[in-house]
Design a protein around this ligand. Structure first.
Ligand SMILES: Cc1ncc(COP(=O)(O)O)c(C=O)c1O
Length: 376
């Protein structure tokens, strides 16, 4: 049987990972500055993470959400402790799109309204409700077009106010730092006004931290820099270091009721064990500090390269914008220098999304390679 062919593939087959490196079948070593799309948080095959999963699966890998699972509460408590966000409740699912779908559902249930405001260049996932609020018509099927949604310009407070005051808006959703869209971040003033407008008009403010959360920006969540309090926070990628898990944090003023949300796989024992070990490693190894230190180094080195016109993003969610389209550069880095990097919808932007415990030395390898490619 053939696989349904929806992904353009690089001719590389990683079979093993260790820290910030992956290895192909022939043993060739690749530096991973992409983290499998911002997923690898504590590094490939981190021993604590591997042992947590091994230990859990040897006892109980899965049971349904109809029984007590203390690992879910342990995960919620650790998340509260390490993220520093308080007075939220946790609902667990299995992916970023699912987290955002659930957030929209909660917002609509809670407000009784049905329209969602999203922003230019947003990416919130590929399932029905969230692809409707993703700014990419090419990935929307006719079936996805039935949702009530309005796209606005990021950082435009006036049009946001006008739309919200129409009275039918259930939620405003944004990535505090846009990922796929190209690492744009609006001003603190915009985020604060959005939060105030939402509060005044019974609209739920949802921050999509699927990519920017879990320490990637040097703060646990990217919104924390801007002094706002979202009603709902969504998360996924770094949460399981590759084990599929997502979740939403819901403000405690929003009342749950049976049947409102549900999932078979979300919050299963194995996913919780993986995710708890990720939080422990983030704390024990002080990874948010490492993110800031390494990020400062990368930004400093990047300013020395004249072909880099702009440095975007925060922490280890970095975009290097060149004065040319970077598809060929990425290929050279990958095939000639064995370095994985990411792309964005802005074709001149190279995205850097490595494991959070990457070292400066590993970025020195990247900059040497980059200089060579640019010289040739
Ligand atoms: C900000 C953001 N939200 C949501 C998603 C969707 O996550 P998933 O692919 O796990 O469904 C992504 C994936 O890239 C993302 O970057």
């Amino acid at each position: 049987m053939e696989l349904f062919d929806v992904y353009p593939l690089y001719d590389i087959t990683p079979v093993k990972g260790e820290g910030s490196y992956v290895f192909d079948e022939s043993g060739k070593k690749y530096l991973d500055l992409y983290g499998g799309h911002a997923v690898i948080s504590v590094g490939h095959a981190h021993p604590k993470y591997v042992n947590a999963i091994k230990d859990q699966v040897s006892r109980l890998g899965f049971y349904s959400n109809s029984i007590k699972n203390p690992l879910q509460k342990k995960l919620a408590d650790k998340l509260e402790e390490i993220s520093g966000v308080e007075d939220y409740s946790l609902f667990l699912c299995s992916s970023g799109a699912e987290a955002n779908e659930n957030a929209l559902k909660v917002a609509s249930f809670h407000t009784g309204k049905d329209r969602v405001i999203y922003f230019e260049n947003a990416f919130h996932g590929r399932t029905s409700g969230v692809v409707a609020i993703t700014d990419n018509d090419a990935i929307k099927a006719p079936f996805n077009l039935g949702h009530k949604s309005t796209k606005l310009t990021f950082d435009d407070t006036e049009s946001l106010k006008k739309e919200i005051e129409k009275g039918d808006v259930a939620a405003v959703i944004f990535e505090v730092i846009q990922g796929v869209g190209g690492l744009d971040e609006a001003s603190s003033g915009f985020y604060k006004t959005a939060a105030d407008l939402c509060k005044e008009n019974n609209v739920m403010l949802i921050t999509d931290e699927v990519q920017s959360g879990y320490g990637r920006t040097g703060d646990f969540f990217a919104f924390q820099k801007h002094g706002i309090r979202p009603d709902i926070i969504t998360m996924a990628k770094g949460m399981g270091n590759g084990f599929p898990i997502g979740g939403i944090l819901i403000d405690n003023t929003i009342q749950p009721k049976y049947g409102m949300l549900g999932t078979t796989f979300g919050g299963n024992h194995l996913a919780c064990a993986a995710s708890i070990s990720v939080l422990e490693v983030i704390k024990e190894e002080n990874l948010m500090n490492n993110v800031v230190e390494v990020s400062d180094f990368v930004k400093e080195e990047a300013t020395k390269i004249p072909e880099i016109k702009k440095i975007k993003g925060r922490g280890l969610m970095i975009g290097l914008e060149f004065d040319f389209e970077i598809a060929a550069l990425r290929k050279e880095l990958l095939f000639n220098h064995h370095i994985f990097t990411g792309a964005a919808s802005n074709k001149k932007l190279l995205r850097i999304l490595p494991p959070l415990n990457i070292k400066k030395e590993e970025f020195k390898i990247f900059f040497e390679a980059l200089k060579k490619v640019l010289k040739d």
